[in-house]
Design a protein around this ligand. Structure first.
Ligand SMILES: Nc1ncnc2c1ncn2[C@@H]1O[C@H](COP(=O)(O)OP(=O)(O)O)[C@@H](O)[C@H]1O
Ligand SMILES: [Mg+2]
Length: 220
């Protein structure tokens, strides 16, 4: 799959929260978006997901313009800040309910992802009793459990314990090998350096590095 962003500017009020961004993202890579708080990292993820529409410019997913030809990319999995789930259901029940919408994840898929992230799928614990890290894991799982080809993760390592950080790193490497297109933000330079093939640095909504289309190659 290919995500092509061309001269994308988003103006809210008088501020350009994203300014003249042009990037191309391809399957089989992990892309990292870095920058200070408020620099536009979450907006960048919203932009390529069709969750904000441009003031100027466009995003194409495999040649289809977001907001025109399609409203939301097919096969997109997304974790944004503070994933919300139904508190009175268990984690497993929440994931099963989400899986029903598309019918792409089997019970076994969900169970094995929960096992992988050290969540007991048979537990009676309701999500309202979950810790922040446990909720984060549910958010991560729903973004990938349906074999989504584009996976967008906003600060996925937040609130995870050491073992889960290692698990997530391994899972992301496996998904990359399966030719998924992964875009993530992180405050942690180590996660970005260990995982990402390319990074984009944002400052006040502008792309600092690379200069537009030529991404900085960290490792390949
Ligand atoms: N709903 C909104 N309305 C107006 N401005 C917003 C909104 N959400 C975020 N912003 C602004 O957009 C800029 C980028 O925010 P964001 O992408 O969330 O930053 P980051 O994820 O890098 O911390 C910030 O200046 C923020 O104040
Ligand atoms: Mg953010």
């Amino acid at each position: 799959m290919k995500i092509e962003v061309t001269n994308f500017t988003k103006t809210i009020g008088k501020t350009n929260v994203l300014e003249n961004i042009s990037v191309t993202l391809n399957s089989g890579h992990i892309y990292g978006v870095v920058g200070k708080n408020g620099s536009g990292k979450t907006m960048f993820l919203r932009m390529i997901s069709g969750l904000i529409l441009p003031t100027e410019g466009q995003v194409q997913i495999d040649g289809k313009v977001l907001g025109k030809h399609i409203s939301f990319p097919d096969h997109l999995g997304i974790l944004l800040e503070k994933p919300s789930f139904l508190g009175h259901l268990t984690g497993y029940e929440n994931l099963k309910m989400l899986a029903k919408i598309r019918n792409d994840a089997s019970d076994e898929d969900i169970q094995s992802y929960m096992n992988l992230f050290d969540l007991d799928w048979q537990s009676k614990k309701k999500v309202k009793q979950y810790s922040l890290g446990m909720k984060q894991k549910l958010g991560i799982i729903q973004a990938m459990m349906e074999n989504q080809q584009i996976i967008i993760l906003d600060e996925p390592f937040n609130a995870l314990d050491e073992a889960s950080v290692e698990t997530l790193r391994q899972v992301l490497r496996k998904l990359k090998a399966e030719k998924r297109l992964i875009v993530m933000t992180s405050h942690n330079k180590e996660d970005i350096q260990l995982l990402c093939d390319y990074t984009f640095t944002l400052s006040s909504g502008k792309m600092m590095s690379p200069t537009n289309e030529s991404a900085v190659l960290i490792a390949e």
